[in-house]
Design a protein around this ligand. Sequence first.
Ligand code: 3PG
Length: 307
Amino acid sequence: MKKVLVATEKPFSQIAIDEIKIVLDSAGFQLELLEKYTDKSQLLSAVADVDAMIVRSDKVTSEVLDAAKNLKIVVRAGAGYDNLDLDACTQREVVAMNTPGQNSNAVAELVFGMMIYGMRKQFSGGVGSELRGKSIGIHAYGNVGYYVGKIAHGFDMKVYGYDPYVSADRMQAHGVEPLASVEELYRTCEFISLHIPANDFTKNSINKALLSMMPQGAVLVNTARKEVIDEDGMIELMDERPDFMYLSDISPDKAEEFKKRFPGRYFFTPKKMGAQTEEANVNAGVAAARQIVSYLTSGDETFRVNR
Ligand code: 3PG
């Protein structure tokens, strides 16, 4: 019987686990669970005899892959797969996949939750401001960006987008005005919502020069990855620009410095929670389980991210 391990340091909701089990049961596969593990050694022993693995932001390194001698496929139940060592997977002939789109709406809703929280003085009772009529720039127009645009229209915001991999026609069809350069996006928009992946090209790319182009009252919303931010540059900018606010679903490495120096102008969730809804857990978890069944029974490689 094939064994599928769900290894999540940040667990899925119970209903998602129940639904993953139904998918695996009906294929005759066995579910194994490792949740809330605190030490890498627990992961290393849990992977020892499994055929497949579902993870979230859990790091799948060459060490983990070496310990997983039977592993044929690992699925990141989510969008960003910067936690998977793709080269190491390829070298060991392990297929790596993600589940694009499955948790996107959850992340997009959190963008607006954080924006309202920030604009309403963190619910302190002070006089804040509204989103209506303001400009929002969607930096990377993938699945999350699409939902951010849809919701922004509901708030009557002016919606702009920049994504070199997405056609202007697609954005226009959704009522999003495409801008030709990243600089133009930052120059135009009071709010920027980041949806770029963390990779060698994007790490530290959101830097002081770019951020300083944003108009007065600028707000950067980060539900992507902390690695894309040049934190030193951002701190310098926030020192110079008392109008600038940073809202992030991922606590920065220099969180303490932000807290000390910029009270009222930052907000960080205690743990990355963009995808923490029952719906997103079910969608991403079940999609991952189905992809595993499909690959192991018929070789279907849709959503493979390593070659
Ligand atoms: C993603 O890339 O899908 C999101 O960042 C969610 O990550 P999580 O599953 O670790 O919450």
